[in-house]
Design a binder for this molecule. Structure first.
Ligand code: F6R
Length: 605
């Protein structure tokens, strides 16, 4: 999705902005642009380019000097990727420049009115209406000009505005799209994602929806869109700048897959209470008495986070015996759901900014529900909107497709399920057993990572498949869903996931030698049933790659994973299939970290 970065201070601004844009590249984009000014710069100077940040860099002239500027990476929504449609957008008199993330819903109406008033539009974007609205405002201050413009627009935005007549400041605003201020020494930064800031400062202020800010080199203030001052509480970003580097790996995905032993160790750290065979989850804000009154749990997330939620629901039912299910947040928010006072809602999001999840949380809160978050990014919108929750502590995930965040989210759900279970009916002995299982996870993930070479060979073997089937039963089914998503996202091979029990109700018709099946077969009480599914596939000459705790006779190949406690096996069984998807995509020459048409955090509808 689009990215914003801005700076005001004493340093040469263009290289800082370009570096910031590079740090936002992982979010996915199709064009980029930068506008600068400064005490010695006459007016605003702008450069834009379709393509990558390096294409923009190549277009920046040598004498492109200034000390204040805003920049953007654009993900096309209104109008094709082009130099004209790239942000920033500038007013006809070259005085106002705006970068914008989000979507202005009433852009067409505003454009028609402005055009009728004689305004000439240079792009097809929704953002350009905002520029003209700011430029036409008769207000005395930049803050008031922006406020007046925002009053006229409907939709979502994270914006940064630069004005040649007010070059000592940048005005920013947020409604549904993240804006973070970075506080430096006599310099200030702004960005849509801390990734663009952390190499300069880790002191940040995250704006709330409906909040604006004015940043100057040595000062900043925050206020609402109606002008009331708000209190800004700076926080320290815990992630180091180095965590955003590739660290010797060829891709972020590879790096993030291999970080999983440490990441899982982090989600467990400081939380296990051996004395009572339970875990402490500091930010849950749910005491034992309240936890006992929960009648149902509903988990909401999108994509991979939804899949993690499905595993989470299974863990909660198994360990805490509370009825639980998961649903895509994107569907939930549109079906006027019955919001039950005895249901605990849990929003799952790696980024904490996914619009569909945030909108579902806001709808639930409006209806008086209690909503917890299972989130990776500390201080993100969903983390702040929810009543409490569990941070998954995976560290920054840069690759567009999620790997370590998925594993950590599922592990966080295991902690939550254990916590709720021990408040309810889970015995001390079972609590202890699960804790021992959790402690074994990092070492077992390490063992799986050691099989990379063999998995790579398998990936090469299956890479010419046009389509693949993924099957699993009960605990294995969400693993199959996630593995199939991983494969299709980065390799572009069509993949379907089905409960193994459903094969004979339809999808078996697809099985033939050219459609391989990946089967998740834990050594649990459904092992024999799963083996029967393999028989059915073999009888139709289908090829089978099994992920199992022991070699599967009916499978053509088996990836053997270490066995943990049955409830925790799903955490491990997805990992070899992340490696499998990775090497399949590599064999096919795909752009693994930035798969086509996808963005890292989907902050628009
Ligand atoms: C897939 C993937 C996406 C995200 C989804 C939700 O690999 O990463 O499916 O899981 O867009 O994002 P978050 O978790 O940030 O809410």
């Amino acid at each position: 999705m689009c990215g914003i970065v801005g700076y005001i201070g004493k340093r040469d601004v263009a290289p800082l902005l370009l570096e910031g844009l590079q740090r936002l590249e992982y979010r996915g984009y199709d064009s980029a642009g930068v506008v600068i000014t400064g005490p010695k710069a006459a007016g605003l100077k702008m450069v834009k380019a379709k393509g990558r940040v390096r294409d923009l860099e190549a277009k920046v002239p040598a004498r492109f000097k200034g000390t204040t500027g805003i920049a953007h990476t654009r993900w096309a929504t209104h109008g094709a990727p082009s130099d004209e449609n790239a942000h920033p957008h500038m007013s006809g008199d070259n005085k106002v420049a705006v970068v914008h993330n989000g979507i202005i819903d009433n852009a067409d109406d505003l454009r028609a009115k402005l055009t009728a008033d004689g305004v000439e539009f240079l792009s097809e974007t929704d953002t350009e209406v905002l520029v003209h609205l700011v430029a036409r405002s008769q207000a005395d201050t930049l803050e008031e000009k922006v406020r007046e413009a925002l009053r006229l627009i409907e939709g979502t935005y994270g914006i940064a505005v630069l004005h040649a007549d007010f070059s000592d400041r940048i005005v920013v605003a947020r409604n549904g799209s993240p804006v973070v201020l970075g506080i430096g020494e006599k310099e200030m930064f702004v960005a849509s994602d801390v990734a663009a800031l952390v190499s300069h400062t880790r002191q940040v202020v995250t704006l709330d929806d409906g909040e604006m800010a004015t940043i100057k080199a040595d000062d900043f203030r925050t206020y609402t869109t109606s002008g009331t001052r708000t209190t800004a509480n700076p926080t320290t970003v815990e992630w180091e700048a180095e965590s955003y580097d590739m660290g010797g790996h060829d891709t972020y995905m590879h790096k993030e897959i291999s970080e999983q032993p440490d990441a899982v160790d982090r989600v467990l750290r400081g939380r296990i209470d051996d004395r009572f065979s339970t875990v402490h989850l500091g930010g849950l804000n749910l005491d034992a008495r309240e936890a006992r009154t929960i009648r149902r749990i509903k988990i909401l997330g999108c994509g991979t986070s939804y899949h993690a939620g499905l595993i989470g629901a299974g863990l909660i039912e198994e360990l805490a015996r509370i009825p639980a299910d998961a649903e895509p947040a994107s569907e939930f928010r549109y079906r006027n759901p019955v919001v039950d006072p005895d249901t605990l809602y849990i929003a799952v999001s790696q980024s904490g900014e996914t619009y569909d999840v945030l909108a579902a949380v806001q709808e639930l809160k409006r209806k008086g529900a209690r909503v917890l978050g299972v989130v990776n990014v500390v201080g993100s919108a969903i983390a702040r909107e929810t009543d409490g929750g569990v941070y998954v502590h995976a560290g920054p995930e840069v690759c567009v497709v999620s790997t370590k965040c998925f594993t950590n989210t599922v592990t966080a759900f295991a902690l939550l399920a254990l916590h709720l279970g021990r408040i309810r009916d889970l015995s001390v002995a079972d609590g202890k057993r699960v804790i021992e299982g959790l402690r074994r996870l990092p070492g077992q993930i390490q063992e799986i990572l050691k099989q990379e070479d063999e998995i790579k060979k398998l990936a090469k073997r299956y890479a010419d498949a046009k389509s693949m089937m993924f099957i699993g039963r009960v605990r294995g089914y969400p693993v199959a869903l996630e593995a199939s998503l991983k494969l299709k996202e980065i390799s572009y091979i069509h993949a379907e996931a089905y409960p193994a029990s459903e094969l004979k109700h339809g999808p078996l018709a697809l099985i033939e030698p050219s459609l391989p099946t990946v089967a998740i077969i834990p050594d649990d009480d459904l092992l024999e049933k799963n083996r029967a599914a393999l028989e059915e596939i073999k009888a139709r000459s289908g090829q089978i790659l099994a992920v199992a705790h022991q070699e599967q006779e009916k499978a053509d190949h088996t990836i053997v994973v270490p066995k943990n406690e049955p409830e925790l096996d799903s955490i491990l069984m997805g990992i070899p299939l992340q490696i499998f998807a990775y090497h399949t995509a590599l064999a096919l020459g795909r752009d693994i970290d930035k798969p086509r048409n996808l963005a890292k955090s989907v902050t628009v509808e």
